[in-house]
Design a protein around this ligand. Structure first.
Ligand code: TYD
Length: 138
């Protein structure tokens, strides 16, 4: 792994809007670059709460603030980037081996997550020092 190649990117979904309002459709391997095996969402987050603070060994995810807003901080062991999530037609793709933290949740924030695999605690790295060692040993 090298500096400046963090595999995190904002995806803009096509909004199908008409006089009734807006609609976004997401299909696996189309608008997101993986098969979607799991969907979960985070809501009702209390003020000043920080979530995440982990990386995944294999899992890929796309995060979408379908309502409200929050901040996502990503870190590949070399650099850190911050993304303001406040648009239901934008998804943040986060590759495997990226440390992520979520904060600044608005009370109405619903953060939808599309994931490439089923839930597995064995796929998590929850310690930052361990994450850095893991990345640098690759
Ligand atoms: P956790 O991964 O700690 O949330 P975050 O890192 O996003 O703040 O998950 C919180 C709890 O929910 C934890 O007990 C594991 C459980 N969980 C599942 O059972 N399935 C899932 O798909 C996820 C993401 C979490």
């Amino acid at each position: 792994m090298s500096v400046g190649t963090m595999n995190v990117k904002m995806i803009e979904f096509e909004v199908k809007g008409d006089e009734r309002g807006s609609l976004v459709a997401i299909e696996e391997c189309m608008q997101v670059p993986f098969q979607i095996k799991r969907v979960y969402y985070i809501f009702g987050t209390k003020s000043n709460v920080k979530r995440g603070a982990h990386a995944h060994k294999e899992l890929q995810q796309v995060l979408i603030a379908v309502n409200g807003s929050c901040t996502v901080i990503v870190d590949d062991g070399f650099e850190r980037k911050e993304f303001d999530m406040n648009c239901p037609s934008k998804g943040l793709f986060i590759d495997k081996l990226i440390w992520r933290e979520m904060e600044n949740f608005s009370p109405d924030c619903v953060l939808l997550v599309l994931a490439s695999d089923y839930y597995s605690e064995a796929d998590y790295i929850r310690d930052y020092a361990e994450f850095k060692n893991y990345v640098f040993s690759l």
